[in-house]
Design a protein around this ligand. Structure first.
Ligand SMILES: [Zn+2]
Length: 450
């Protein structure tokens, strides 16, 4: 590991010196460069607050998902923060504009990408806000506003990291990218998916860091998948006194829903590294996310979220329907789940069903360098143990992981996310900015060493 190598002033042979000079920077990186970078990251970390405030001032709620002004503001900020970077905007529809910033190091090497989404939950002024939703109010160590936690604070942290890497670009090899996207809250393809398909080099990134909502105490290496389905039951109407003349659609739907709920018992075939990571993270992670999280991360869950049918107690209903959100752990691919659904439902009388939405569970091997570097740096900056775990909810990370890119989600704790008085801790934001910066520096230095 280059960063742990003492700067030895030994009498090396001429040949060895020559090979060191020819090697990429990482192999020659000495502790003093790393220390200078760490000092700069710590000194500049408080800037993350003003950056978050500027981003928060530009509303970008989804729906409707118009992120044009937010992307333009972010571009202006980046041009000032990192004048040497190449910054470009890419409109993918009348409302969605994505941003790409890139900076090259001292020589060729692998690429690291920071990614974030510019859209937020609806501002919803009707909620009982006690602060101006776009005001970026700072009080008692908390920064308030729509999107500060999900995820304008995380974007600001990545911006600062990118600016520091730009300033120190003579000391590392490879390339750093910052991509900001729209169309995330809507789970659409016009944001990060578009970037992956169109930004040169991004699809070959050796590591991706996303500052989406989470916790500084837990870095996330994977996310569950999901299958949303709608089930319709058809029957034959009759009077409630003459049930022998009808077929009750609600009874048929009940049987179908019981069959879907029974899928909770499916046994995942997850790689041992994933199962072990969930178990090891449980202590820290459940203290933050609630008891039972580990079990949910490792199993199929079924939520029956909507149900309707029937008109009156004394009528046999002719139709009924329901919608379910089925979440898949690593080790239960959607094809296996869909196969089980066919087996459970297709032979039931009067039942039809369809898939509304489907995403695979995804993960990055927790032993890969991007996870390792973020983990090491997080424990170094926070001076306490940090867990490495899966994530219950979904994010844009899935696009990267589905394309095979090692990806970690590491961002601040969301408070009142989507509700009134959304806030984020300033201390957490500052720590995350430092960690994004140092982890990026280590990754580009060490992984691009000869
Ligand atoms: Zn988010």
């Amino acid at each position: 590991m280059g960063r742990d190598m003492p700067a030895r002033a030994n009498i090396a042979s001429v040949a060895r010196l020559a090979s060191l000079r020819a090697a990429p920077q990482g192999s020659g990186m000495n502790a003093s460069v790393r220390a200078a970078f760490a000092t700069a990251a710590a000194r500049r970390a408080p800037e993350v607050v003003a950056l978050t405030q500027r981003l928060t001032a530009i509303a970008s709620p989804n729906p409707p998902g118009d992120v044009r002004a937010a992307a333009q503001e972010a571009a202006a900020m980046l041009r000032a923060l990192a004048p040497a970077a190449e910054v470009s905007l890419h409109a993918t529809d009348p409302q969605v504009t994505n941003l790409v910033a890139r900076i090259k190091g001292a020589g060729p090497g692998r690429l690291l990408a920071y990614n974030g989404h510019l859209d937020t939950y609806p501002v919803n002024e009707a909620l009982p806000w006690t602060v101006p939703p776009l005001g970026g109010l700072l009080r008692d160590g908390r920064l308030y506003g729509r999107g500060v936690a999900d995820m304008k604070g995380g974007i600001a942290a990545s911006m600062l990291a990118f600016a520091l890497l730009a300033e120190y670009r003579a000391t590392w090899h490879g390339e750093a990218l910052l991509t900001l996207a729209g169309d995330e809250e809507s789970m659409g393809p016009l944001g990060t998916k578009w970037l992956l398909d169109n930004v040169p080099g991004l699809a070959q990134a050796a590591g991706v860091i996303i500052g989406d909502a989470g916790s500084p105490r837990v870095l996330r290496f994977g996310e569950k998948g999901f299958v949303w389905i709608e089930i319709e039951a058809a029957g034959r109407a009759s009077h409630g006194a003459h049930v022998h003349l009808g077929d009750n659609a609600i009874d048929r739907l009940r049987a179908a829903l019981d069959a879907v709920a029974a899928l909770r018992a499916m046994a995942p075939e997850a790689p041992p590294s994933v199962t072990a990571a969930i178990a090891a993270a449980r202590g820290i992670s459940e203290s933050l996310s609630g008891a039972g999280e580990a079990a949910v991360l490792g199993s199929v869950t079924v939520n029956i979220g909507r149900i309707e049918g029937g008109a009156s107690p004394n009528l046999v209903p002719a139709s009924a329907r329901a919608a379910c959100d089925i979440r898949l752990p690593v080790g239960v691919p959607s094809a296996r789940l869909l196969g089980a659904l066919h087996q459970a439902l297709d032979a039931l009388p009067g039942i039809t069903w369809r898939v509304l939405r489907c995403f695979e569970p995804n993960h990055t091997d927790p032993a890969l360098p991007i996870i390792r570097h973020v983990h090491q740096v997080a424990e170094e900056v926070l001076r306490e143990p940090v867990a490495v775990n899966m994530r219950v909810g979904g994010s844009d990370a899935r696009w990267f992981r589905m394309a095979g890119l090692p990806t970690v989600v590491y961002g601040p704790t969301p408070h009142n996310m989507g509700g009134a008085d959304e806030w984020v801790s300033v201390a957490e934001l500052e720590a995350i900015a430092q960690i994004h910066a140092l982890a990026g520096f280590d990754f580009l230095s060490v992984e691009n060493a000869a």
